[in-house]
Design a protein around this ligand. Structure first.
Ligand code: UT7
Length: 321
């Protein structure tokens, strides 16, 4: 059967790292509060010359190198971001130009923190219907540009970064590698709990992120546990079969609570929120690349990806590496 197989991963972070203690000099917060409530210890912040496309291109190059293929072989780029370089054209087209692989398909997907899951499922469908053979799926963000740096309830939570995977259509056996199942959801009635108070069609400004954190937290734990169960049911597998969970990195307490709901041991959950904070659409591929490069995730492992974000949007995918 034709499946979309992850053949390479890559990631990129800005050079500048900002600790909780440094943030505490700007807003009324403390390292203790941030660590206890979120697990975050530091985040990376893009400088004025680093854009979403800059980080995305670096992550894409690393993924191409890991997959051992040339950019010219890529026929599809799906880039998830809520912080594009420009309102248009799509940041994916700028990455395509930087990589020098024009002529194929390139577009952005906007599902905020669930963006990578939406992009992965979209690219998977397109590969399995032969619209392309090899794809780059990228999550890249510069959330620092849409934060209200006076608002301690949000500005301490987010960071910048990018992650990418190369996805290749391959004819594999039933127990072979590839994306086994994906489920995506959206519930637009919750917009006011997590949104940006600007945009080209409303205020004409970029705006700032606004969040009712406690409400988002409550929905996240329930929605994530439900969507993970749906994907397991689709594949006739149980939580005990999963080797690794690579979740969206919003809050260490959400990761713990979701794992507990599924009876998954905490050791199977890849956690990078302490180092990267919440990088929105970049967080899942950044965490995946971290665990692949440090040798935890290996060929043959069953890996669950999951995320929940603004919209609300949420989703999960199960893949054999
Ligand atoms: O990626 C998209 C999805 N996003 C998420 O999943 C985020 C989900 N939500 C969360 O992670 C948590 O709700 C937060 C980390 C955002 C907040 O944690 P919390 O335990 O829900 O705290 P809270 O919002 O209930 O605030 C508790 C107290 C408040 O003070 P009072 O009203 O009790 O006096 C806040 O004003 O903590 C205060 N507070 C802070 N104190 C020090 C809020 N932010 C800070 C801060 N430093 N940075």
């Amino acid at each position: 059967m034709i499946r979309s197989v992850i053949t390479g991963t890559g990631s990129a972070l800005p050079a500048k790292c900002v600790t909780n203690a440094e943030l505490a000099e700007r807003v009324d917060t403390s390292d203790d509060w941030i660590v206890e409530r979120t697990g975050i210890r530091q985040r990376y912040i893009a400088d004025e010359h680093e854009f979403t496309s800059t980080l995305a291109t670096k992550a894409a190059r690393a993924a191409l190198e890991a997959a051992g293929i040339d950019a010219s072989e890529i026929g599809l780029i799906v880039l998830a971001t809520a912080t594009p370089d420009h309102t248009f054209p799509a940041t994916a087209t700028q990455v395509q130009a930087a990589l020098g692989c024009g002529g194929g398909i390139a577009f952005d997907v906007q599902a905020v923190c669930s963006g990578f899951l939406y992009a992965l499922a979209t690219a998977d469908s397109m590969l399995r219907t032969s619209m392309a053979q090899k794809a780059l799926v990228i999550g890249a963000e510069t959330f620092s540009r849409i934060l209200d740096w006076e608002d301690r309830t949000t500005c301490v939570l987010f960071g910048d970064g990018a992650g990418a995977v190369v996805l290749e259509a391959q004819d594999v056996a039933g127990d072979g590698p590839g994306i086994l199942a994906s489920r995506l959801h959206a519930e637009g009635t919750h917009k006011d709990m997590l949104y940006v108070d600007g945009g080209p069609s409303t205020t004409g400004t970029v705006g700032h992120l606004r969040m009712k954190g406690r409400e988002v937290f409550r929905h996240a734990v329930v929605n994530l546990a439900d969507v993970l169960k749906e994907v397991l049911a689709d594949t006739d597998l149980d939580a005990g079969d999963i080797d690794w969970v690579v979740p969206h990195q919003a809050n260490a307490r959400i990761l713990d609570a979701t794992a507990r709901k599924l009876d998954l041991p905490a050791e199977k959950v890849v956690v990078t929120v302490d180092r990267h904070a919440n990088t929105s659409a970049a967080s899942v591929p950044l965490a995946l690349d971290t665990a692949v490069r440090d040798g935890r995730i290996k060929a043959g492992d069953l890996v669950m990806f999951e995320a929940m974000g603004g919209g609300f949007t949420w989703g999960a995918s199960l893949a054999r590496m």
